[in-house]
Design a binder for this molecule. Sequence first.
Ligand SMILES: *Cc1c(COP(=O)(O)O)cnc(C)c1O
Length: 231
Amino acid sequence: MMESGRFSDDDWAARLHQVCQQIPDTVRLIAVTKKFPAEVVRAAYGAGVRDFGESQVQEAEAKQAELTDLPDMTWHLIGHLQSNKARRAVELFDWIHSVDSLKLAKRLNHLAAEAGRSPQCCLQVKMVSDPPKYGFDQDQLWSALPTLDQLDQLSISGLMTIPPMGLSPQATRDVFDQARSLADKINAAGFERLQIQELSMGMSGDYPIAIAAGATMVRLGTALFGDRPGS
Ligand SMILES: *Cc1c(COP(=O)(O)O)cnc(C)c1O
């Protein structure tokens, strides 16, 4: 485990290199920096990372304020978004992976129009029942899709999924395969705008499985940075 206070650029570069060797060039690596301070983001940036994932709007805002000198960063919101934070989220993030209800999507569409922004969005889906998690289940998603297709201030271009805790590797693979085939079905359904090109799936514990199943974006925290402070 690396503590941020003793964060060595050499350790970091070596670990990043090791992880990157397992990720094809076609898959986007999102470094999940939640709970890590801005100096860790800066070190990752120095090693070439440009995509950063955060779970909370306020935490991301504070970090971004310390990093205004770094150009070309892409910020991804990966955690559940409360509606009272949605306006700020639209201003701070390029990607919102956690669009988990039609109500939130409509609100984001409205706020994005007001802000003159057009965020890239993933629809968060639960491929198997997982009551504690946010996200559309498949039935809800299919009934929401015609409306989602009309939200023209959003670029809805991906699905995001997180398998339930404790699944076997085979069951995890199954969840990711189902997400990919759901994307294929949506793309075949002939919506006017909606095209699912991105599959945001795979975290530190399962990213090789996700990549084998067709992930285009993986979201890695502990695999890159070690245990999060306070966890
Ligand atoms: C925290 C988090 C991650 C990163 O988790 P690790 O296991 O540390 O890689 C990825 N996705 C989401 C949605 C998260 O909340």
